[in-house]
Design a protein around this ligand. Structure first.
Ligand code: SDX
Length: 435
């Protein structure tokens, strides 16, 4: 069977019910090799079992590499620390989409294309008015992003590379406008149109916080911090929402519908909803004096309380994004002159205590990206309900890049996992009188 780029690395032998089966193994450029089990069911009439897919490679990918043990995250080979320090979100979008850093001409062309797609169809604004004003922004984002497929019939032919590219640029360009509109709608304020003379993140801040009654000046320090936060959230290998986008895309669904599916999955508190949950947890703890009580609850197997923003399916070391997020938190608090933010003190002390506690150390539970993002986004002026919408804004480019890679993979086919059936054996139907 074909592989896109992976190279043969020998084979493994499986002995099962008295027979031996050779399973080819393949190596990528980084990370664990894979055992190719594609023929196993046909040859041995047996499934592999891996609920949650914790030991399963669902695809080959060139986009993002994570080493959970070493706390490494690379976008197309560039470390997240380098990109957070030296790059910007729109350049990272180009990198994730096209696989390399742009030269000046390529960046200018990309920037112009994105800028010219930031407005949404006026009819799309009508979709917001069907929601209650207190609708969660993620509910609105799911609905409105899915509705984009009704507006762009010229870019839903996923087999046309140019239409795929137009759709990807439209999604990257319009997701900030839609997120800002969701916020404005919840505030009862008028929508603010994008301005083409502003950068990507500056434009988003202005669409979110400007009001017609007065001029709005973007704070460049805060804009840079938010831009870096978007970079940190841009992609993350085959996480739950990215796998959702790939599975939806594998059926041939249009890109707007696929991204709407990713938004729905990201909303969960175990995934993208953790930043909102982590801030609520810090607010509930309130003071450093109450931390031991919550540490005790988090360790209690009979209490389903978990330290939100702690632990990760892949990182069994410090999430490299959490360090960069902490740095952005300090940059924002310094710029705003918030030196005694009580929740930052609670977060720092909670992290200090947890990382000395054997329960967290033995289970390799470290702060993840969501631990510091909540207090930073709140300081930037966003309500808690917008935190996951901001995560979705940033992750849209990662979803699109992964979707494009899947569509362009000649071996891709519709995703269709099997199961281990433990239900009733065949039984005869009984009329109701006989039951
Ligand atoms: C994101 O996949 C991605 O890449 C996601 C993401 C991305 O960029 O796309 O990184 C974004 O989703 C970050 C994670 C945000 N979620 C949270 O912060 C929620 C809190 N974290 C946990 O729910 C949990 O850590 C998960 C869901 C993130 C990971 O779960 P796992 O890998 O399935 O780990 P587990 O649930 O098997 O936990 C292992 C042990 C368990 O104890 P035992 O059963 O072994 O006794 O650790 C315990 C868990 O009870 N544990 C925690 C804990 N997380 C796990 N105990 C207390 N507090 C926690 N946060």
């Amino acid at each position: 069977m074909n592989m896109r780029k992976a190279v043969a690395a020998g084979s493994a032998t499986l002995s099962y019910q008295g027979k031996s089966y050779e399973l080819p193994t393949y190596a990528g450029t980084e990370g664990p090799h894979v055992l190719d089990i594609r023929k196993l069911y046909g040859e041995a009439d047996v499934f592999t079992y891996d609920p949650g897919f914790t030991s399963t490679a669902s695809c080959e990918s060139d986009i993002t590499f994570i080493d959970g043990e070493r706390g490494v995250l690379l976008y197309r080979g560039y470390s997240i620390d380098d990109l957070a320090e030296h790059s910007n979100f729109l350049e990272v979008c180009y990198l994730l989409l096209y696989g390399k850093l742009p030269d000046r001409a390529q960046m200018d062309c990309f920037d112009k294309s994105i800028t010219r797609h930031t407005m949404v169809h006026e009819q799309l604004a009508s979709f917001f008015h069907g929601f209650r004003r207190d609708a969660h922004p993620m509910a609105i984002m799911c609905g409105v992003v899915g509705a984009l497929s009704a507006f762009y019939h010229d870019s839903t032919d996923i087999n046309d590379p140019r239409q795929r590219e137009i759709a990807s640029h439209r999604l990257i360009a319009k997701i900030p406008t839609i997120a800002a509109m969701a916020y404005k709608y919840s505030m009862g304020q008028p929508f603010v149109y994008p301005l083409n003379n502003l950068g990507y993140t500056e434009n988003f801040l202005r669409m979110t916080f400007a009001v017609p009654a007065e001029d709005y000046k973007v704070n460049p320090v805060l804009a840079k911090a938010l831009d870096t936060i978007f970079t940190l959230h841009a992609d993350h290998e085959q996480n739950a929402s990215t796998s959702t986008v790939r599975l939806a895309g594998s059926s041939g669904a249009n890109p707007f519908a696929c991204i709407a599916a990713g938004i729905a999955c990201l909303w969960g508190p175990a995934h993208g909803g953790a930043n909102e949950a982590a801030l609520k947890m810090l607010e509930e703890i309130g003071t450093t004096g109450r931390i031991p009580e919550y540490i005790k609850r988090a360790k209690d197997p009979n209490d389903n309380f978990r330290l939100m923003g702690f632990g990760h399916r892949v990182y069994k070391n410090y999430d490299p994004r959490a360090k960069a997020m902490q740095a952005q938190a300090h940059a924002v608090f310094d710029e705003l002159g918030i030196h005694d933010e009580p929740l930052l003190k609670v977060a720092l002390e909670l992290e200090r205590i947890a990382l000395q506690d054997d329960y967290f150390v033995s289970k390799k539970l470290y702060p993840n990206i969501d631990f510091y993002s909540g207090i930073t986004l709140r300081a930037l002026g966003f309500p808690t309900s917008m935190f996951t919408a901001l995560f979705a804004l940033a992750r849209t480019v990662g979803w699109i890049a992964q979707w494009m890679e899947m569509i362009e993979d000649p071996d891709q086919k519709i995703g269709r996992p099997r199961q281990l059936y433990t239900g009733a054996k065949r039984r005869d139907y009984l009329p109701i009188e006989a039951r």
